[in-house]
Design a protein around this ligand. Sequence first.
Ligand code: ZN
Length: 487
Amino acid sequence: MMTATQYEAVIGIECHVELKTASKMFCGCANEFGGEPNTKVCPVCLALPGALPVPNRAAVEHMIRAGAAFGAEIPEFSKFDRKNYFYPDMPKNYQISQYDMPLTKGGIVRYWLDDGSMRECRLTRIHLEEDTGKSTHAGSGDGRIAGSEYSLVDFNRAGVPLMECVSEPELRSAEEAVAYLEALKRTFVQLGVSDVKMEEGSLRCDANVSIRPTGSTALGTKTEIKNMNSFRSVHRAIESEIARQIAVLESGGRIVQETRGWDEIAGTTHSMRSKEQAHDYRYFPDPDLVPLEIDAALVERLRATLPVLPPARFAKYHSEYGLSPAHATQLIDNASLSAYFDACVNAGGRPQQVANFVLGELSRLSNEGNVPVAESAVTPHDLAELIALVEGNTINSKIAKELLGRMWSGEGSPKSIVEKEGLAQTSDTGAIDGFIAGVLAANAEVVADYRAGKTNVLGFLVGQVMKASRGKANPALVQERLREKLG
Ligand SMILES: [Zn+2]
């Protein structure tokens, strides 16, 4: 949009991520997605009178590892607070959460954009809380409460451990917001602290969006957008909200602080509730839970378990190995493929060549046969050997592709197949001249065309010679000899 005033967006993200644990946050019920409604419940997560919560140690440890991965401070003391509000799918009428003393404070999320540039966004905090149950509105009507005849509630999800990651308002575009979320997602997956399946609701996020004239440091009035159920809808919702806010200001209006819902079908946000209707949660420390005292030795022990994290891996693949941002990202987002890639490079394969084979032909064979590359018959050592054969001009790339298919089928190492089948590329000029003579004799008209100036037929002739050699001739040599003969 061309306007006299140029605006920049100021975006912060709040993101809820379900932790992957065997049991729920404060009871022994299974933490599993789905199942018959209300089968994974007990007096604690149903909030029956007298039931008492006991914190889940694995969830606390996941939080510490997540915080440590982003370089957050892990305070020695933290505590649980009650967040009071009424909602039909929340049996206690309060949620156990953390208010002023969260498990982790600060930290930095490093992420990258499609062009490979690295960015940073500071975290305010990551705190631990419990998830709510789930309501389903049924009967006639459009699925909203007002039009429904009745509502059903499933408490299987009630009490599932949830971490809430709050970012500082340091993101400046929808693209940055999505790249930031991708970074959170791949870090949590890599740490094994969450499955992060948006389609199962294990990652849910809200965006705070405001705009201000470019160059200004003051913050504009923000709106909070909810109901975005994919990274694509996060992108669309933020873009749509930025455009709406610009239009409001340009027409002389003012932005109202409110919560807005994203409508996936209409592609717009709409007002849900204003600031005046905002909840007062009346937080206070949960008297049923003692404060958490985190031992520094535990933090150190967990810190030592951190794997190589995505930003470091990206720097290695992209900056050091020279892979494209897209190739580097594709590898990082597939743990087993990335480990396979590393093994091939360690076996001596040149990184760019390895990436081309792994993400190209090998991934194609993997999809076709529904077998992960790492579990195929092609060992990292064999792939490195194949690459060496191509680079040493023993075989050309067309034969390499064919060989890879045979290696995939378990026919053995590339060297052994080449020897057994005599597939080695021939640079024997005598043999090549023989193929050329045959091709020229059989294509007199094409030869005449070439000599009459239609030099683009050379490619056709090269192809014919390659075919006559069953793909084994050295293509560069074929071209050179052909040119000479055609003079
Ligand atoms: Zn339970």
